[in-house]
Design a protein around this ligand. Structure first.
Ligand code: EPZ
Length: 418
């Protein structure tokens, strides 16, 4: 077990390169089982979610090599259609394996990836989409058993633009017979990256990033080498840190349009932001004014994965901020920890009412989920005095070298063994 010791009050200055996007690398790894040929993904971040997905691939029989930040996957000997239960519990996004393992084996078995720290996270849209493609699904004893004599293209309308459901259906449709149309599909940049990856393998996927994705099934997919897009949520986390603490940072590897909703709010807070190609420069005096209302919504709206970080920034902005979390039921677990630092934050159902205070003071803090944990670190960087943050395993799921990157920007943060 480790903990962070953080001495707050430092401004942040410097340059960072964004890691490859966690929420792109995970479906790309799932897609690797769609071909017998070698798949090489460059810049794969060393984060726990990725390591767990690689474990899942090796458990279904893939050979994995990790070298110089790349992951090389050889699925020619993949034999099992069973996704190991212990790993599904660890990693919700193992549910993406359903689509690709079904395409490979016409069979897939996974334990129900229950809820997690941020909400119920149902998978009904994943399962109803797969059924439309001809999959029969038996759910019993906590397992989901999927079979399909053959996968046949279909028209699918998603009740809500679910990222995971869109990705899973694409992975099940790429080699199906005929055409699949997904309406009300998620528009996230990670979906576009999955489309580009699959088309580089020889697939025929069009429309990702718009509301309708069209997949023409193909017979075979070949191996490739691929570099995923930068992690817009990681980049947004560092930008919020600099906005809140004050200073000037430059983030490379993420185009501004991938986090335009966040940048729009940070400008309203009083930050100066310059963006060109995949470079974003933010400067802030650390004395921000509040933005009246922030509502999370599917892309291109304000990302739910930046809600906790932005709420933390709002705790010391001048004025009151209303933050509405529209995607997940319990994504405010960090609020109690912020209160212990002197924040004035009240949660009413899905709304956080945040009244800016002069300053936060250091405290002993416990992370309870990935983005909420990152938000506590940001609060500690801003606070007066010393803070401790424990349960870092949550943060390690999604941020590679978090403390090293923050130290590079001038933060006084160290990771110590408990
Ligand atoms: C992906 O999760 C991301 N994870 C999440 O990031 C992100 O918060 C989320 O998309 C929204 O952007 C990965 O990509 C690995 P959804 P996912 O399906 O696919 C409802 C992080 O911190 N829904 O788009 O699980 C659901 O309840 C993680 O990096 C159904 O009702 O999210 C939620 O309200 C956290 N039925 C909404 O859709 C379903 O079958 C959005 O969920 C599926 C989803």
């Amino acid at each position: 077990m480790d903990k962070y010791i953080i001495d707050g009050g430092e401004k942040l200055y410097g340059k960072l390169q964004a890691q490859s996007a966690k929420n792109t690398v995970l479906p790309l790894l799932a897609a690797a089982v769609l071909t017998d040929e070698q798949v090489k993904i460059r810049g794969v971040p060393s984060i726990n979610d990725v390591e767990n997905m690689l474990l899942i691939l090796s458990e279904v029989g893939c050979k994995i090599k990790r070298m110089k930040g790349c992951a090389v996957i050889d699925s020619s000997n993949a034999v099992s259609h069973e996704i190991p239960a212990r790993l599904t519990k660890e990693l919700r996004s193992s549910v993406f394996m359903l689509g690709s393992v079904l395409t490979r084996f016409r069979r897939a078995r996974i334990s129900y990836p229950g809820g997690c720290d941020i909400g119920l996270r149902p998978i009904d849209l994943h399962l109803s989409g797969l059924k439309r493609l001809g999959v029969t699904i038996v759910e019993e004893n906590g397992y989901i058993d999927c079979r399909a004599d053959k996968l046949v293209g279909a028209e699918i309308l998603l009740d809500c633009p679910s990222v995971g459901a869109t990705e899973n259906i694409i992975l099940a449709a790429v080699k199906a017979e005929g055409t699949t149309v997904i309406r009300n599909a998620a528009k996230e940049p990670e979906i576009v990256d999955l489309q580009n990856f699959l088309n580089a393998m020889g697939a025929n996927v069009k429309g990702a990033g718009g509301g309708t994705v069209v997949i023409q099934g193909v017979k075979t997919l070949h191996g490739l080498e691929y570099t995923p897009i930068g992690d817009r949520i990681e980049a947004g986390t560092y930008l919020v840190a600099a906005a809140s603490c004050g200073g000037e940072i430059e983030i490379n590897g993420v185009p501004a349009e991938n986090i335009a909703a966040l940048l729009h709010k940070l400008r309203e807070n009083g930050c100066k932001i310059y963006a060109k190609n995949d470079k974003i420069i933010l400067s802030s005096d650390g004395k921000l004014k509040s933005v009246h209302l922030v509502e999370t919504s599917p892309f291109p709206g304000f990302p739910t994965d930046l809600q906790a970080q932005y709420s933390t920034l709002s705790c010391t902005a001048r004025g009151t901020t209303l933050v509405v979390e529209n995607l997940f039921e319990t994504r405010y677990k960090y609020a109690g920890e912020l209160r212990r630092m002197g924040a004035d934050i009240t949660i009413r159902d899905r709304t956080a009412i945040i009244r800016g205070v002069e300053k936060l003071h250091g405290a002993y803090l416990t992370a309870s989920d990935l983005r909420g944990g990152a938000a506590l670190v940001l609060a500690a960087l801003k606070a007066e005095g010393q803070s401790t943050v424990t349960d870092l395993s949550h943060i390690d799921r999604g941020y590679a070298d978090f403390e090293c990157k923050l130290r590079k920007l001038g933060a006084k943060i160290r990771r110590v063994r408990i």
